[in-house]
Write a protein that binds this ligand. Structure first.
Ligand code: NAP
Length: 547
């Protein structure tokens, strides 16, 4: 269960460690940022990581069924040909333990762990203008001062645990999927209630149902999901990947979502209903996110989207035998893929089991948690275990839970009180020499993450290298550049159907009180890469650089 202990205060007599760059977080992003800054620029760098190992999201999310929805050969670092030749994934979609093994392998291969302090949670960071240094404090009271401060804290790392009255009185066990116990949870013979039907809940339900006495899924918003069609990888495929890494890299860097497949250049209205159905049927058989790539207009034209949405709803009704359950599962209130589309392994089939039931908490909301279970309007569900698959305070949450203060004591919380404002998702006006890897305003979560991360980490390292070459000490995003970029982020989102999903975490709508702002840049990774390259090539236009 979550640790709610108070952070310790820094002891003023503690000697600060002096660094060129401090990176927060040791997932994909922090590890590669460390490598870029230490091995390519020769900076003194330290990574501070709250967990006791590398892995970031894959360190914390150990819930049953946790698996990536990017294909393994794309969910890899591409910066090292040697690494690409050495590592072999076992399945089409890698499971959490395999990804964690991979990240440990990378950390060991590049000797990264010697520059990472584990079990070290950053509580605050303050910019000292006179010294042009950041002062960083950890929960244990350690102090660091650094010229560059870079957050690599992930977009989905701050657990969203709903404030349901009575949770403290629950006599059973409860867990959030993003803070899963390392020793696992034994569901054998237990009555389990799971709240949440996003990508996580959709992955967890079939696995929990295998051992639980009964699983009750509490659904607020019904969701689309496509079969992953996961399978072990053949020797031939693994060999093909090794022989085609150059082409795969080129493709992932040129597609909007950073995946190694292109969106088909045809409209859903270019074909007959029969042809369209056959295309969807084939994509369903192939499985995974390629379904979204079947037509170019699925995310921009509601009538095109309706054809995909209706195909999936019909699939749900066909798979789920109980018509009432099928109706609840297929009563989806948003366009297909306007929320991040989950991919699953037998999610809808799970509702055909005798030990699984669905509760519609949109119609009958949860009123309280009692000592013995969950009470909704009109019904009681006795439970031994509650699983919160309720997602995250996404993108801004991990940044704002630290006390970050820029120039003149400006708190990031204050600067972002109406929603995040960042130039390119990389820098915030008023916060010199502070970079956010895959921050709000960058494509990040709309992209295959390692592709987005490599681009950001390299851009930041190149920027710091440029500053060093030119004797520059400080870089800060201009406020007007951030404002213009926020306008572009909004325009990119509004050109799609994405904002139509009213309960989406892309909009911050899943966290009560959070400003409703569309956070990721929806203009595509390839376009974004060009914009960032153009900014760098034009003397970092939009930033103020000074000696
Ligand atoms: P999510 O998509 O935000 O889903 C959270 C679920 O909990 C939703 O069904 C939500 O309902 C429900 N919920 C939240 N607060 C609630 C409340 N107070 N009462 C009742 N229900 C509540 O979170 P997630 O499933 O953890 O996924 C987050 C993201 O992580 C994904 O979109 C994806 O980007 C990533 N992820 C990826 C993978 C993968 O690679 N395969 C796996 C897991 C997660 P509403 O929809 O009504 O808000």
């Amino acid at each position: 269960m979550p640790d709610t202990s108070m952070p310790r205060q820094a002891d003023p007599s503690t000697q600060a460690t002096e660094l060129d760059a401090l990176v927060i977080g040791a997932g994909f992003a922090g590890m590669y940022q460390l490598l870029c800054l230490r091995d390519r620029l020769g900076l003194s760098v330290k990574v501070l990581e709250a967990g006791d190992g590398v892995g970031g999201t894959w360190y914390w999310n150990r819930y049953p069924g946790a698996r990536c929805d990017s294909e393994s050969h794309a969910y890899s670092f591409y910066f090292s040909d040697e690494l690409l030749q050495e590592w072999e994934w076992s399945e089409r979609y890698p499971q959490q333990p395999e990804i964690l093994r991979y990240l440990n392998y990378v950390a060991d291969k590049f000797d990264l762990k010697r520059n990472i302090a584990f079990n070290t949670r950053v509580t605050s960071a303050r910019y000292d203008e006179a010294a042009n240094r950041w002062h960083v404090t950890t929960e244990a009271g350690d102090l660091y001062t650094t010229k560059f401060l870079i957050t690599a804290v992930g977009c989905l790392s701050s657990a969203n645990i709903p404030n349901i009255p009575g949770l403290d009185r629950f006599a059973g066990q409860w867990y959030h999927t993003g803070q899963w116990p390392h020793e696992g949870v034994d569901f054998t013979g237990k009555r389990v209630g799971m709240i949440g039907t996003g990508s996580t809940g959709i992955q967890a339900a079939p696995v929990i149902a295998e051992t639980a006495a009964h699983l009750t899924v509490f659904q607020r918003t019904a969701n689309y999901s496509m079969p992953a069609q996961n399978h072990p990888l053949s020797t031939e495929f693994k060999q093909w990947v090794k022989e085609n890494t150059g082409e795969l890299r080129r493709m992932m860097q040129s597609t909007p979502n950073g995946h190694p497949f292109a969106n088909e250049d045809r409209s859903a209205h270019d074909v007959t209903p029969e042809q369209r159905n056959a295309i969807y049927e084939k994509a369903w058989e192939i499985g995974g996110l390629q379904f979204r790539a079947t037509f170019r207009d699925l995310l921009v034209d509601k009538s095109a989207n309706d054809t995909a949405a209706e195909f999936i709803r019909a699939k749900i009704r066909q798979i789920v035998k109980n018509p009432e359950t099928a109706a609840k599962l297929s009563d989806i209130d948003h366009p297909f893929a306007a929320k991040r589309p989950p991919i699953d392994t037998f999610y809808f089939e799970t509702f055909n089991r005798d030990n699984v039931s669905l509760v519609d908490i949109r119609a009958n909301p949860i009123e309280r948690i009692t000592a013995s279970g969950i009470e909704t309007k009109g019904a009681e569900y006795p439970l031994d275990i509650i699983v919160f698959a309720t997602g995250f305070d996404a993108m801004t949450g991990p940044l704002l839970r630290m006390d970050i203060q820029g120039r003149d004591g400006l708190a990031l919380k204050e600067a972002w009180n109406a929603g995040p404002r960042s130039y390119l998702g990389l820098q915030v006006a008023g916060f010199p020499n502070f970079f956010t890897v895959t921050g709000p305003g960058s494509p990040s979560v709309l992209c295959n993450m390692p592709v987005a991360i490599e681009q950001h980490a390299e851009w930041i390292a190149n920027c710091i290298g440029h500053m060093r070459e030119h004797g520059l000490e400080r870089i800060e995003a201009k406020a007007e550049s951030a404002d213009q970029w926020v306008d572009q982020v909004n325009a990119a989102a509004n050109a799609t159907l994405l904002p139509q999903a009213k309960h989406s975490w892309y909009l911050g709508a899943n966290v009560p009180g959070k400003p409703r702002v569309f956070m990721p840049y929806a203009g595509g990774m390839a376009r974004y890469r060009e914009i960032c390259a153009d900014v760098a090539a034009n003397d970092y236009k939009g930033f103020t650089l000074s000696a």
